[in-house]
Design a protein around this ligand. Structure first.
Ligand code: SF4
Length: 70
C-alpha cells in the first residue's frame, strides 16, 4: 500500500484534496488537509484511484504517493 505525503512547504490549503479524498482527509480550521484518522495517511487499496487523482489534480504539486513501510 501507499501513503499520501503532503509537502507542507508547497500546500496552499485550498482543500481540493479533502474534497477528492474525504474518506482519508478532513479540512482543518485553516483549510489545510489533515488525516481523518489519527495522522495515518496510508491509502487503502480501495482508494488508490482517488488518491492518484488527488495527486495529479493538486494545484500546488504538494501531494505524492510513497510506498508505505511494512
Ligand atoms: S490539493 Fe494540494 S494545495 Fe490543495 S490543500 Fe490539498 S495538498 Fe494542499
Amino acid at each position: 500500500m501507499n501513503r499520501l505525503h503532503i509537502d507542507w512547504t508547497a500546500c496552499d490549503g485550498r482543500g481540493l484534496c479533502t474534497e477528492l479524498l474525504p474518506e482519508l482527509l478532513v479540512e482543518d480550521d485553516w483549510g489545510y488537509p489533515a488525516a481523518r484518522t489519527g495522522g495515518d495517511l496510508t491509502v487503502p487499496v480501495a482508494l488508490a484511484g482517488e488518491a492518484r487523482e488527488a495527486v495529479s489534480r493538486c494545484p500546488a504539486l504538494a501531494l505524492r504517493l510513497v510506498r508505505a513501510e511494512g
